[in-house]
Design a protein around this ligand. Structure first.
Ligand code: GLU
Length: 421
């Protein structure tokens, strides 16, 4: 039930403008970052299982590569629009800059519902899209990854397709053309849970900072895909209890707490939370009004408007999704003293571990899980502290602070390099 009038790209541009004003960003830097560098739109045919041919529309928006190759996920969803992908691509630029990754920002997508397609059709759609993108992607140029509606299996198809177009000599060096791959195809341990893990690192840092005891606390989660399910299971380890949950199929509550492991298993086999044998069905309104300490939106953008912001009874929101809070909603949250740990910080664990995967591919290494986990923990804690310190010193909120930290880094690179010619 996202807001149809939500102009996602305009919202992200507005965040950019406000942060730019606060740090007096050089005008040309703001100008250059206000639009993506390349907008690629392709139409490609795919033969469906029933013999018919369908034409698909695919996007790859490359926002910036001033800090390194374009980087960002590919989304399969029936609601994908050019505006959304532009917004999401820009957010990848901020995210990578904030996390000090040697990457720029990009995002891609195909407008269709993957739930309605067979595995064979998904494979043909993915391979044909990769073919249509051609040399617009590459291990040192633009590196896709999973996002809403895409999986490690699909990344393996993209990799295989790409590898088969570059010739024998370059084949093995092309493994890093995508991240979020299955382990045996060159993926890394710890990537699958990385985004949820990063969300939880932000929550534990927030809790430490505010002397808040997570043991015995409560949380609610919207969206129980990769991010929502991993964040839930990891947070439960701190003694927090999941009291309400929901996804595209509906919402459930359980005052005594769900078992996130069992719920994740259910969603894996049934595709959604619908029909889960414990808890009671509630409405979306009831979900947002559930009293709790922490809220993790991990579904789509544009979910928290004025009504939801007024209804929420939590202390902190950790944005597992990209862009879940709408500007009007954010104003209400601020008035009500509810802290928002912003998307570009909270969900940046995914792309951070994507970077570790890419480095391992380049070096033909495979790191153990402890190493990946330890690096991610250090990176998330450092970023959280940097953002939190900035917010405190400049008396601003965490979102603007995160944008400012990212923009300062981008500005430094532009100042050093200047504009060609
Ligand atoms: N799609 C994820 C995001 O929004 C991960 C991107 C990546 O790993 O490149 O951050």
């Amino acid at each position: 039930m996202s807001n149809e009038k939500y102009e996602f790209f305009k919202v992200v541009q507005d965040h950019l403008t406000k942060a730019a004003r606060l740090i007096d960003l050089d005008a040309p830097v703001e100008l250059m970052l206000s639009q993506p560098k390349n907008e690629i739109i392709v139409h490609f045919p795919v033969r469906m299982d029933d013999g018919s041919v369908r034409l698909f529309k695919g996007y790859r928006i490359q926002h910036s590569n001033i800090l390194g190759p374009f980087k960002g996920g590919i989304r399969y969803h029936e609601g994908v629009t050019l505006d959304d992908v532009k917004a999401l691509a820009a957010m990848m630029t901020w995210k990578c800059a904030l996390m000090r990754l040697p990457y720029g920002g990009a995002k891609g997508g195909i407008k269709f519902n993957p739930r309605n397609q067979s595995a064979g059709e998904l494979q043909r759609i993915t391979r044909r899209f990769t073919h249509a993108l051609g040399s617009n992607i590459g291990p040192d140029y633009d590196i896709p990854a999973p996002d809403v509606g895409t999986t490690p299996q699909m990344m393996a198809w993209i990799m295989d397709m790409y590898m088969n177009t570059v010739g024998h000599v370059n084949k093995q060096a092309s493994r890093g053309v995508v991240t979020g791959k299955p382990i045996t195809s060159g993926g890394t341990l710890g990537r699958e849970k990385a985004t949820g893990q990063g969300v939880v690192h932000c929550i534990t840092e927030w809790a430490r900072e505010h002397r808040f005891n997570l043991e015995g606390s409560t949380y609610i989660v919207q969206g129980f895909g990769n991010v929502g399910s991993h964040a839930s299971t990891l947070l439960a380890r701190y003694g927090a209890s999941l009291v309400a949950v929901g996804d595209h199929s509906g919402y459930l509550k359980s005052p005594e707490g769900f078992n996130p492991h069992k719920l994740s298993e259910w969603v894996r086999t049934h595709g959604s939370v619908a029909g889960y044998p414990s808890g009671q069905v509630i409405t979306r309104e009831e979900f947002f009004a559930t009293r709790c300490d922490l809220f993790i939106p991990a579904a789509l953008e544009g979910q928290i408007g004025v009504a939801e912001a007024k209804a929420l009874e939590c202390r902190v929101i950790a944005e597992g999704a990209n862009g879940p809070t709408m500007p009007d909603g954010e104003k209400v949250l601020q008035e009500r003293g509810i802290t928002v740990i912003p998307d570009i910080l909270a969900n940046s664990g995914g792309v951070t571990v994507s970077y570790y995967e890419w480095v391992q591919n380049k070096r033909s290494e495979s790191w153990d899980l402890e190493e990946v986990d330890a690096r991610l923990e250090t990176a998330m804690k450092r970023a959280y502290k940097e953002v939190s310190d900035f917010a405190r010193s400049r008396d601003t909120d965490l979102r603007r602070a995160a944008y400012c930290v990212a923009l300062e880094r981008l500005q430094a690179a532009y100042r050093e390099r200047d504009i060609f010619p």
